[in-house]
Design a protein around this ligand. Structure first.
Ligand code: GLU
Length: 486
């Protein structure tokens, strides 16, 4: 790499970033870090009608959460700024004017109404869509006439009428477009804002971007960009278009497939390290088997050569599995710190107990093995913190048990447990196993009834340990409540 690597993530603040979008950010970041280059964030806010309030903050918070630090951009600045396109309008109009004076662009006075009719006509005739170049060759007088009518023109690019535009995509190889598929696209809108094409080309040049890594949906824009680079006399960067992301049914990725904005993953309790690992494997791989890679390993091994050309499949089950792996890898202290806010948020009634660090520390090892997200931890652990358990009383009556035998079992357990001095898992097992035999119940029956009584659920962490953590008083209270239900 002889030129220093400078890559950019250029989101449009039209909403909270989606997985696909964040994957683009991650690949750029990994590429920059791998080559010791710069990762730049540029906010492409030139579509005034689609701007969403709070979106820039959402984007930056998302990057920060994932640990994708940027070397230049909003908040950190840099010598190529400003990094908001809306603050660079003069640059764009100046260069658009230059294209006009060179004869590579022209003013177009067509009204939205006329363009609409033109498009309808094209659809009717089954012609490809695109501007019909009506204003391309207006004479001086015709232009002057339009100006006196008070029409504010747009500026359009004078696309070549024949020939081809080709380039070497670093992932897809040689790509060729016939120029006759490129219409005279708009460069500068009548509101003075540039289009994506103009702003992106100018900024990538002025910010000295070396590689443009972006989603495949932008592939068809690239020939336009190359034509613009040539007209402006700029050397184009290298291009690499990342493979598409699809849902598990191979249709376009959407919420239906469990793909949500990065903010939502955070709220649901995915760990940023797991998220980074998962996103990195959406279209890139180290080999055909390695799934778990740390951030350092990703940086070290990331390369464009190992990005696939075929679409990547977003698999939410895999993400859950991976997040579970990362959760289990947390130390007790890390897990405690990660989980506490989720407990607070999801179990408000348990606040007092949640603040008791010792109690929570006893509980967490019982949950850590099982949870796939931090929100799930809160779900699985809820019964530790609130006494009012919500369950169907019929669950207390196990398979092949009668109502009466469930009552008997609970009463006997209540009696034995109240006499127990040491309330640890071993002692509990020591009295409860023989009790089952005494009652003529299978251990599964007695333990099942007890489990529902003390946890309110049929599946919970190991019973004796759970009861030991809950403590004698709480267990007895809950058995009493279960008896009252029966
Ligand atoms: N603003 C575009 C987007 O939101 C950037 C596309 C590009 O990277 O050129 O995806």
């Amino acid at each position: 790499m002889n030129k220093s690597v400078r890559v950019r993530y250029a989101p449009s603040p039209t909403g909270y970033p989606h997985v696909g979008n964040i994957r683009t950010a991650l690949f750029n970041w990994l590429f920059a870090r791998h080559h010791g280059g710069s990762f730049i964030v540029r906010i492409e806010d030139t579509d005034v009608t689609r701007k969403v309030k709070g979106a820039v903050k959402g984007i930056l918070d998302g990057l920060r959460w994932l640990g994708l630090d940027w070397d230049e951009g909003p908040e950190v600045g840099g010598k190529y700024g400003p990094y908001f396109q809306s603050q660079r309008l003069e640059i764009y109009s100046e260069l658009a004017e230059r294209l006009i004076s060179q004869g590579d662009a022209y003013y177009c006075y067509c009204s939205p109404q006329r363009l609409k009719e033109m498009r309808a006509e094209q659809v009717k005739r089954k012609q490809p869509p695109g501007y019909d170049r009506l204003c391309r060759d207006l004479t001086q007088e015709e232009r002057a006439q339009k100006e006196t009518e008070g029409i504010t023109p747009v500026i359009r690019f004078k696309a070549p009428l024949g020939g081809q535009t080709r380039f070497n995509d670093l992932i897809r190889g040689e790509v060729v477009f016939d120029n006759n598929t490129i219409d005279d696209f708009i460069l500068l809108k009548s509101d003075g804002y540039p289009t994506y094409h103009l702003a992106s080309v100018i900024d990538d040049h002025l910010m000295e971007i070396s590689h443009v890594l972006r989603a495949e949906e932008w592939l068809s824009s690239t020939p336009r960009h190359l034509l613009l680079y040539r007209a402006l006399g700029f050397e184009p960067p290298q291009f690499a278009h990342l493979p598409m992301l699809l849902g598990s049914d191979r249709s376009k990725l959407s919420k239906r497939h469990g793909a949500v904005s990065i903010t939502e993953y955070r709220e649901q309790g995915y760990l940023p390290e797991a998220m980074v690992n998962f996103l990195a494997l959406l279209g890139w791989s180290l080999d055909d088997r390695t799934e778990i890679l740390s951030r350092e390993e990703l940086i070290q091994s990331f390369s464009l050569e190992r990005i696939s050309r075929t679409a990547a499949i977003f698999n939410r089950d895999k993400l859950n599995w991976m997040n579970g792996v990362y959760i289990r890898n947390l130390t007790a202290v890390q897990f405690f710190e990660a989980v506490q806010p989720y407990l607070m948020m999801n179990i408000p009634a348990g606040e007092a107990l949640i603040s008791s660090e010792n109690y929570v520390r006893d509980i967490l090892p019982l949950i850590q093995e099982r949870a796939r997200t931090l929100a799930e931890v809160a779900e699985l652990a809820q019964f530790f913190f609130i006494d009012q358990l919500d369950y169907e009383s019929s669950l207390l009556v196990g398979k092949d048990m009668s109502h009466q035998s469930a009552i008997q079992a609970l009463e006997a357990a209540q009696q034995r447990l109240s006499q127990l001095e040491a309330f640890d898992a071993g002692s509990l097992e020591g009295v409860l196993r023989p009790l089952a035999v005494e009652l003529g119940l299978k251990t599964g029956q007695l333990f099942g009834t007890l489990r529902v009584a003390v946890t309110g659920r049929t599946a919970a962490p190991p019973l004796f340990q759970t009861m030991a953590v809950l403590g004698k008083e709480r267990c007895l209270r809950r058995i009493e409540a279960a008896l009252a239900r029966l």
